[in-house]
Design a protein. Structure first.
Length: 127
């Protein structure tokens, strides 16, 4: 199950009680004038549900992954993590034959772009 109430999640991860989460979420909604939430006849029930789900979400196991120098969080409940597909091998010399290859050859000393990108960019620009 996916749950997305950032305030509830932060408070639950910090160890806040269910009643503290209910109070905080209710006060947030009131201060933002979100009457569609605060004026509901079942508002208390809904706020308690939000708090319970936030606590369940915070207590559920997560998997830390890292990549590109960042540390995104991957929710382990969405299924098994798979290895990324292997990066394809670069094309051979035949791919750079003709005018497109001449463009790549001409700009290669002056750019950090991948040769395939240098070859594709003019084609994309022309349409």
């Amino acid at each position: 199950m996916f749950f997305d109430d950032p305030l509830g999640q932060v408070l639950a991860k910090a160890g806040a009680s269910e009643s503290a989460i209910v109070t905080a979420v209710r006060e947030r909604d009131a201060s933002l004038d979100w009457a569609k939430y605060t004026n509901r006849s079942d508002a208390e029930i809904r706020y308690e549900e939000i708090a319970r789900k936030a606590i369940e979400y915070a207590e559920a196991p997560t998997l830390e992954i890292s990549g590109n120098g960042q540390h995104p969080r991957a929710d382990s409940r969405i299924g098994p993590m798979r290895d990324a597909p292997a990066w394809p091998e670069p094309p051979g010399p035949a791919a750079f034959h003709g005018p497109a290859g001449q463009v790549v050859e001409a700009v290669a000393p002056h750019t950090e772009a991948d040769p395939v990108a240098s070859m594709a960019a003019p084609a994309v620009a022309v349409g």
